[in-house]
Design a protein around this ligand. Structure first.
Ligand SMILES: *[C@@H]1O[C@H](CO)[C@@H](O)[C@H](O)[C@H]1NC(C)=O
Ligand SMILES: *[C@@H]1O[C@H](CO)[C@@H](O)[C@H](O)[C@H]1NC(C)=O
Ligand SMILES: *[C@@H]1O[C@H](CO)[C@@H](O)[C@H](O)[C@H]1NC(C)=O
Ligand SMILES: *[C@@H]1O[C@H](CO)[C@@H](O)[C@H](O)[C@H]1NC(C)=O
Length: 436
């Protein structure tokens, strides 16, 4: 442990004062050899072909980073096998420039949904593709599709939630399809819940459409226009995911923005109130009430499901970046570079979602650990907040300005371009899978 701490300290130093610590750095590699043995049972074989950070190019060639390149068999492996669970918060960090090309493009991946296919839709800038998430206190290894699939033999994943989960599953499929094409083995009528199988690995990936996670009756037509208010049963889980729960090895589950919609709230099949339903003579309870109740139910179910042996990630809210309006009234997102920490803070609504999530997660995590249930926080809010540049904006449509440079088009400042910032979730997921 001591050796590893030291390695980290030195590693940080190397970026600032490279030449002075080079020898120490090299020596630490030898020490590390011993430490790895202790942990190697949990480690994964990862390719030594690691990405060289963009910053490396500005350093002189005799820096440790250059040294890393010279002995690829030794150092990258070392860096990748360090268990980082206790001392590194992988969700606190910065987006740093990279010269690495995206792992896939609109030409190499067929899973990208039209509305998020920014390249195909003619988004003119591409700078948003050249950033990678870098946790402040440790190295995040790059997702390695082959190793991931190897780990996932005979396993099943599910992403449960709304369209952000769908957005992410496409990123995962795009990256994995470099190794093997997935076969779609199930979809519901509207292609909202789907499952794919990777035949050589008997690995299943599902996306389960359940934007409220609790039982809900929605009355929307194909264009998303609602014909009646949503009815939410805050004391009944959505069978869509609960029925499959036991068979799933890995789950990323999340709630979020759908709770902002007009809805009538039910408990024990009786109306208890609503959110935004003027003229109905019902008590306005606010979306906060419903979100908290729903999460309590969901997280308590997870934390007490002792027969489930898998690993469950609860993902925090995804902030949007609409400026000068919202989705419905002309909001846009024209930025082309990430924010730095401190340049932006969460909007009130997202801060409310998040504080409910953190409070309820903390309570549930205590219950889960008592029961030996593996429940983890997948805290993507902050790293997402820093990426106003990663959304389709007007390029949710195919060449929106082809006929009229000033055309008024719907902007999307919530979902993510693919490829785009959401691809970094794969690196985080890999880290969490390996470190349990
Ligand atoms: C991908 O996007 C580029 C523009 O960046 C376009 O020229 C190309 O035709 C697109 N390819 C596909 C298969 O959509
Ligand atoms: C996966 O399942 C197959 C068939 O049930 C079995 O033969 C194989 O050993 C399993 N592989 C692993 C890694 O568990
Ligand atoms: C994957 O799904 C198929 C059916 O689509 C099923 O037969 C198989 O057992 C599943 N594999 C795992 C590992 O859950
Ligand atoms: C509104 O609800 C209250 C309590 O349920 C009831 O007493 C009252 O008559 C209702 N008002 C109208 C206008 O329906």
């Amino acid at each position: 442990m001591v050796e590893m701490m030291r390695w980290f300290d030195w590693n940080k130093c190397t970026l600032r004062k490279p030449n002075q610590v080079f020898l120490k750095f090299a020596a630490s590699i030898l020490l590390m050899g011993l430490a790895f043995r202790l942990f190697s049972s949990r480690s994964v074989e990862v390719s030594s072909d690691v990405e060289t950070p963009f910053v490396a190019s500005s350093l002189s060639p005799d820096t440790p980073i250059a040294a890393t390149k010279q002995s690829p068999d030794e150092i990258p492996k070392a860096a990748q096998q360090i268990p980082q669970k206790e001392k590194c918060d992988i969700f606190t960090g910065d987006w740093i420039p990279t010269r690495s090309e995206p792992i896939y493009t609109n030409a190499t991946c067929r899973y990208i949904e039209g509305h998020q296919n920014c390249m195909m839709n003619g988004r003119p800038d591409s700078g948003y593709l050249y950033w990678r998430w870098s946790p402040r206190d440790c190295e995040l290894r790059q997702f390695e599709a082959e190793n991931f699939l190897e780990l996932m033999r005979n396993k099943s994943w599910a992403l449960i939630g709304d369209s952000i989960s769908r957005n992410y599953v496409q990123s995962l499929l795009c990256i994995l399809s470099k190794v093997e094409e997935a076969i779609e083995v199930y979809h519901d009528e509207e292609y909202k819940s789907r499952r794919w199988n990777f035949p050589s690995y008997n690995f299943n990936v599902s996306v389960i459409w359940s934007p409220f996670l609790v039982k809900a009756a929605t009355f929307e037509d194909m264009n998303g226009v609602s014909t009646s208010d949503i009815e939410l049963h805050l004391d009944e889980l959505d069978k869509k995911w609960v029925d499959q729960y036991r068979s799933l090895d890995y789950i990323i589950i999340s709630g979020g923005k759908w709770f902002l919609k007009t809805a009538i709230y039910y408990m024990k099949n009786k109306i208890v109130g609503c959110h935004y339903c003027p003229g109905k003579n019902l008590t306005e309870l606010g979306f906060e009430y419903a979100y908290r109740k729903a999460l309590q139910l969901v997280l308590n179910f997870i934390a007490t499901s002792t027969k489930h042996k898998g690993l469950v990630f609860f993902r925090t809210v995804t902030p949007d970046h609409f400026e000068n309006g919202e989705w419905s009234n002309g909001g846009t997102c024209k930025r082309t570079v990430p924010f730095k920490e401190g340049e932006v803070s969460l909007k009130d609504v997202d801060a409310t979602f998040r504080s409910i999530e953190l409070e309820e997660f903390e309570k549930a995590a205590a219950v889960a650990s008592k029961h030996g249930v593996k429940l983890r926080l997948f805290d993507t809010t902050q790293l997402s907040l820093l990426r106003p540049d990663g959304h389709p904006g007007p390029y949710r449509q195919f060449h929106p300005f082809a006929n009229d440079r000033n055309a008024k088009v719907q902007n999307d400042c919530l979902h993510w371009c693919l490829p785009g910032p959401i691809d970094s979730w794969n690196d985080l997921v890999m880290e969490m899978v390996v470190n349990g």
